[in-house]
Design a protein around this ligand. Structure first.
Ligand code: SAM
Length: 185
């Protein structure tokens, strides 16, 4: 299995526990970052009606929930939101939370979407998982409308790794996948 396939397979394994783990591990910080990212984007874009938002690496759909929530609060009308992810397992969880949203199985570097079709492309806590990153950025440029916006949210590694960073890595890479596999069996 190649590096990208291994990553997707890992997300398929942890899909059932991803939401809970994410809330615990980020201690809710991801919520305030998602809020800020959506608000800032609507502010920058300045339009009260948006035709299409594409959330790449959408996983279980958390960023889509925030696009909808903040759009509601800011009186922005979104005509269509599409989630794109290569992990069917993650999107299955997302479909239950967001039955009215279209989820498309695809990687960021090769999306079955029309050129010049998206007003906003978001990718939250996902770009680090994209192996063909350069190709993905070309793909974003192709799909994005002129003057559209790309919104990238991501964690960076501390220069000096703390004990908590090692514990988080251990939890994400060892405990969580094992727990998910046990749950399935
Ligand atoms: C940490 S999760 C983030 C999910 C969601 N965006 C969120 O904010 O909770 C990373 C997601 O990246 C997806 N992913 C992995 N490789 C990818 C790729 N090449 N293109 C797009 N998404 C990818 C995984 O399947 C997973 O759902």
């Amino acid at each position: 299995m190649g590096k990208q396939e291994k990553i997707v397979s890992m997300f398929n394994d942890i899909a059932g526990t991803y939401d809970v783990a994410n809330r615990i591990l980020s201690m809710g910080i991801d919520k305030s970052w998602r809020n800020k990212a959506c608000k800032k984007t609507f502010d920058l874009y300045g339009k009260k009606e948006i035709s299409k938002i594409v959330d790449v690496a959408c996983g279980t759909g958390d960023m889509i929930l925030f696009w909808k929530k903040i759009a509601n609060e800011e009186n922005v009308k979104i005509n269509e939101i599409v989630g794109v992810d290569p992990s069917v397992g993650m999107m299955e969880v997302g479909k239950k939370k967001l039955p009215d949203v279209e989820f498309i199985e695809a990687g960021a570097a090769d999306m079955p979407l029309d050129s010049d079709s998206a007003d906003i492309i978001s990718i939250s806590y996902g770009i680090r998982n994209v192996v063909a990153r350069q190709e993905a950025f070309h793909e974003f440029a192709r799909v994005l409308k002129k003057d559209g916006l790309v919104v990238i949210s991501e964690f960076t590694k501390n220069k000096k790794e703390k004990l908590t960073d090692h514990l988080t890595d251990f939890y994400m890479n060892k405990i969580l996948p094992t727990f998910s596999k046990l749950q399935k069996s």
